[in-house]
Design a protein around this ligand. Structure first.
Ligand code: NAD
Length: 366
């Protein structure tokens, strides 16, 4: 097993990408015995060790995987900052099919790479990864959270993520409709994996009509039958006449194509990096009269939960209370955006940056 600073793909362009987004360190990992191919990206450690989940996905090529991990880790920096956590931003991706290519050895090999960073990066679950996988990772490193409860961990972070997103949807409804009741609202929910299903439960309790889609048709069908909701084709989800679009799958689903199709008043979901281009599509939402709830704020519940595991004496109630603050922070963001004539994503970034800068200066004082 070895850590490689990639040389065979054009080095300047990789470094240029890293420089442009402001990363501190990117580690390419491969292990021939297990077939592990992974990238760990440490974006910023001003607030604390870089923390963020590991994603396992069938990337078409290495460039896509790199792009994803760079964008995701940057998002973690702002997510941790805006949610008041003493954690920096990091993320990892494992290239592969999470349904077919998992093994104990592969996750333990990955755990060794995480350990080799000496605590600069703390991992947890993301798309394609569950607590059972983290159990293997934890056999090789202590820098892992979201461990199963029997190992003293906080378990799956998804329920807290879903709760935070639900708070975000309610705050958005308050802003748009004057009431945060979701009674009777129509919601298009994209992606019914871990977070999507927990969010679905909250929405159904509030008497929403929910349409679901998933990349895997069998999963969409199963969830549709279990919860009695309508499943639609994954490409049709953008064309529904709904009040709220809740993206809970992968990123960049708010783009030129979808913005010309979406008919909703609110976009609020769990997916990371929802805006294909933060400026262009953030402005587009505003100009189209769609209220966009910045993803890195409202999907912070999971990392909040992980944070309470990392600092020790994990307390679920405290994690939920902390996630509840997303409601008020989001209402403040909406006000700032309006007052300063900027889009909501920019307003959230500004708040996150303010905290990073203030804490960065504090570190310089003795
Ligand atoms: P998951 O893997 O459990 O679920 C994701 C689901 O999205 C899967 O069922 C997948 O098949 C589906 N999907 C992928 N592409 C799709 C498409 N084009 N259309 C419809 N469905 C599609 O992952 P998760 O943990 O539920 O995470 C969902 C999103 O929320 C991700 O973007 C993740 O980064 C983000 N997020 C998750 C957490 C967490 O606590 N798990 C925390 C913060 C953010």
């Amino acid at each position: 097993m070895e850590t490689i600073v990639k040389e065979n793909i054009s080095t300047p362009s990789v470094l240029e990408q890293i420089e442009k987004l402001g990363h501190e360190q990117v580690v390419f990992c491969q292990d021939q015995n297990t077939g592990l191919k992974a990238i760990i990206a440490v974006h910023n450690t001003v607030l604390g060790p870089a923390a963020g989940g590991t994603r396992m996905w069938m990337y078409q090529n290495e460039a896509d995987a790199l792009r994803d991990v760079l964008r995701l880790s940057r998002g973690m920096t702002f997510k941790n900052a805006i949610n008041g956590l003493n954690l920096g931003g990091g993320k990892a991706v494992i290239i592969g099919d999470a349904r077919k290519e998992k093994s104990e050895a592969k996750f333990r090999a990955f755990g060794k790479f995480v350990e080799s960073l000496g605590g600069k990066y703390i991992t947890a679950e993301d798309v394609g990864i569950g607590t059972a996988d983290m159990e293997y990772v934890a056999m090789e490193t202590k820098y892992v959270a979201g461990k199963p409860e029997f190992m003293g961990g906080s378990g799956d972070p998804s329920p807290v993520t879903a709760y935070g997103v639900y708070m975000g949807i309610k705050a958005s409804a308050k802003r748009v409709y004057g009431s945060d009741s979701l009674n009777g609202k129509k919601v298009a929910l994209q992606g019914v994996g871990h977070v999507g299903q927990y969010l679905l439960e909250h929405l159904l309790k509030e008497n929403c009509t929910v349409y679901i889609s998933d990349f895997y048709e069998d999963r969409a069908k199963e969830v549709s039958q279990k919860f009695g909701v309508e499943a639609v084709d994954k490409d049709k989800i953008y064309d529904l006449d709904v009040d709220i679009y809740a993206p809970c799958a992968l990123g960049a689903t708010i783009n030129e194509d979808t913005l010309s199709r979406l008919k909703c008043n609110i976009i609020a979901g769990a997916a990371n990096n929802q805006l294909a281009d933060e400026k262009i599509h953030g402005d587009w939402c505003r100009d189209k009269g769609i209220l966009y709830a910045p993803d890195f704020l409202i999907n912070g519940g999971g990392i909040i939960n992980v944070y309470y595991e990392v600092i020790g004496n994990y307390n679920r109630e405290r994690a939920y209370k902390h996630a509840e603050k997303i409601y008020d922070t989001l209402l403040n963001i909406f006000e700032t955006a309006q007052r300063e004539s900027i889009n909501t994503h920019e307003a959230a970034l500004k708040l996150a940056m303010q905290r990073i800068e203030a804490m960065g200066k504090l570190k310089l004082t003795r």
